[in-house]
Design a binder for this molecule. Sequence first.
Ligand code: NAD
Ligand code: IPM
Ligand code: MN
Length: 348
Amino acid sequence: MTTHKLAVIPGDGIGPEVTAEALKVLEAASPVQFEKTTYDLGAERYLRTGEVLPQSVLDEVRTQDAIMLGAVGGKPNDPNLPPGILERGLLLKLRFELDHYVNLRPSKLFPGAVSPLSDAVLGKGEIDFVVVREGTEGLYTGNGGAMRVGTPHEVATEVSINTAFGVERVVRDAFNRAQRRPAKLLTLVHKTNVLVNAGGVWWRIVQEVAKEFPEVTVDYLHIDAVMIFMVTDPARFDVIVTDNIFGDIITDLAAAITGGIGLAASGNVNPDRTTPSMFEPVHGSAPDIAGQQKADPTAAILSAALLLDHLGYSDAAARIDAAVLKDLETRTGTRSTAEIGDAITSLI
Ligand code: NAD
Ligand code: IPM
Ligand code: MN
């Protein structure tokens, strides 16, 4: 039987709780075996040892076939945990080092999932789009600095990096995805009316790559207008391509309108397959409900489906999606994290 090496990073807060359920479902659905290595990374390790992501661990993770991550990040305002230390030093470091330039975030309103949108909005059509979020550049690169910190003359900068190389490869990936979907519609989201430099390169590259995809219709929206349409007419979206920060914001809203953050899955993908891709829920460590079996593991479970799909097991991925769909259709009452995981496993 084929065996794949899987790195498991349960992380912090609800991360270990939802990851346990995702692994149950992954193993029930998978036609192949996973040789798992669990890595103890996150707030607890940092607080215990001062280590965030040792080089030796990164080197080892690099040799795996895929990574499943729960969530990282400690309790807000923990005086021992400087802001961003885990987010930048662990999560973003993995995304950057492993060149996860496509942050793939599908948004679909499954029947049975409860959307806060009105029937009038839902009646406009199916909500089924995918956000292709750039994962290695933009405002996330840590390019900037602070001067005269704590004085009335403090100056702080965060510079957005947008390279032609980085924009083109993610835009091409988004066009390829749009080409394979029935609506074949690609919406570039930016703020070209203000961010003229970064917006300029995104706009130009989309126009250039569009010539290679004559069947794909290209649309453009400013990020602020996307916030409107996401709640008034989300059926208008098919594939959205955007930069790192806009993609981050859009996908929390997209989660909220498609049944909640507990259902939103993601993949940090290296389409060139030179490194392992990493699959994780869109949500964070949710310190407010951690350790109470209150978290919905569905987002982590759907992320496991994305993992299987990425490795080429699309039938197994579809089995997970179908099991989640069935579970959502019959959801009643309050269930624990493990009860939801068990229910979905039994439907595989
Ligand atoms: P969050 O996503 O952790 O939580 C936002 C809200 O959604 C909370 O009320 C939480 O209880 C709820 N929620 C999240 N996941 C849920 C689930 N599966 N089921 C039910 N409810 C769920 O976002 P936050 O509060 O802004 O961040 C908390 C920590 O997580 C921070 O340290 C942040 O940096 C980190 N974070 C990590 C990731 C990641 O690892 N990929 C993503 C986002 C935030
Ligand atoms: C996400 C998270 C991360 C991001 C943070 C925790 C670095 O919000 O995965 O959406 O901004 O990408
Ligand atoms: Mn986010």
